[in-house]
Design a protein around this ligand. Sequence first.
Ligand SMILES: [Zn+2]
Length: 53
Amino acid sequence: MVKNTNETNKELYQCEECGFHYVEKEWAEKCEAWCKEHKSCNLEITAHAEENK
Ligand SMILES: [Zn+2]
């Protein structure tokens, strides 16, 4: 999991597996755990990603 900031300096956590960004660390951790195990994304998790808002 990578912590970085977007263009408005908001802190975001990135799933290293799929690249989606999350405001909450918890979601990024869940996403990464899921992505690693299933080699695919969980739509219920990625729904919380910044990209899907
Ligand atoms: Zn992911």
